[in-house]
Ligand binder design. Structure first.
Ligand code: NAP
Length: 248
């Protein structure tokens, strides 16, 4: 990858769909060269072509994949930790250990791996920004959601810890905690069961991916002395993780 020295590079993980794809489009429109990573390279390539960015295969649960991804980046100005998701809904008593492992590997260790790999380049940029997409699940517990809520809490604490550890370094840190956003999230959670996924958004007007991308774009366009620490963004129809106004 060769660029003129003043080209600012934004990295978005999990950009093959949903919030990540929308964020890549927003940051490209703001003038960043956007490097997008995820496991589905075919999807990434189409998006990269649209936005004049770079598509790179990335599995945040695999250290070799993260190393290969970070090795080709000449610089990093913005990192959006977005790759993540949920698997299943189960009580603690009936927890599925494999689902928990997937959620912790992807949301927590995945964010740790990629952040650790790119931190030196973010610092070197002289004005770095790390945005982590956590969730309301990083702030609240809900019944049957502990695999996801514990992982998102851990991801949030990892991100917030960096805020203190990086004081004095030229890197800003922003956590964005969305409520219900209609993406492929519920389809992944329910293993492709479209009917069950649709029920999550039934009778409400959920956020769409572009609503969250707008927030990332706002954060990334503030002057470098302004650190927006945390933003919670929910549909008007949602008061908390489990409390919705539904018309049906
Ligand atoms: P989505 O449409 O399912 O997108 C998830 C993205 O993560 C996909 O691009 C997926 O790409 C990527 N991903 C999953 N595992 C990965 C891995 N091992 N390595 C690299 N990329 C991986 O869902 P979304 O709603 O946009 O989710 C984005 C983020 O927002 C997640 O962290 C999610 O927890 C969070 N969030 C979502 C909601 C919501 O209601 N939708 C609310 C709050 C927070 P590949 O499958 O191609 O790898």
């Amino acid at each position: 990858m060769t660029f003129s020295p003043d080209t600012r590079i934004a990295v978005v993980t999990g950009a093959s769909s949903g919030i990540g794809e929308a964020t890549a489009r927003t940051l490209a429109a703001q003038g960043f060269h956007v490097v997008i990573g995820a496991r589905r390279l075919d999807r990434l390539e189409k998006i990269a072509e649209d936005i004049g960015g770079t598509a790179l295969e990335l599995d945040v649960t695999d250290q070799d994949s993260v190393d290969a991804f970070s090795a080709v980046l000449p610089r990093v100005d913005v990192l959006v930790n977005n790759a993540g998701g949920a698997k299943g809904l189960a009580t603690v008593a009936e927890a599925d250990l494999d689902d928990w492992r997937w959620m912790w590997e992807t949301n927590v260790l995945g964010t740790l791996r990629i952040t650790k790999a790119l931190l030196p380049k973010l610092i070197e940029s002289g004005d770095g920004l790390v945005v982590t997409i956590t969730s309301l699940a990083a702030l609240e517990a809900y019944d049957n959601g502990s695999g996801y809520t514990t992982a998102k809490h851990a991801e949030g604490v990892l991100h917030r810890t960096l805020r203190g550890e990086l004081l004095g370094k030229p890197v800003r840190l922003t956590e964005i905690a969305p409520g219900a956003v209609e993406t492929e999230f519920s389809l992944v959670r329910f293993e492709g069961d479209q009917e069950r996924a649709d029920k999550v958004y039934e009778g409400i007007t959920p956020l769409v991916a572009a609503d969250v991308a707008d927030v990332v774009g706002f954060v990334a366009s503030r002057p470098s002395h302004v650190n927006i620490d945390q933003i919670v963004v929910k549909p008007r129809d949602q008061a908390s993780s489990g409390r919705f106004h539904r018309t049906t």
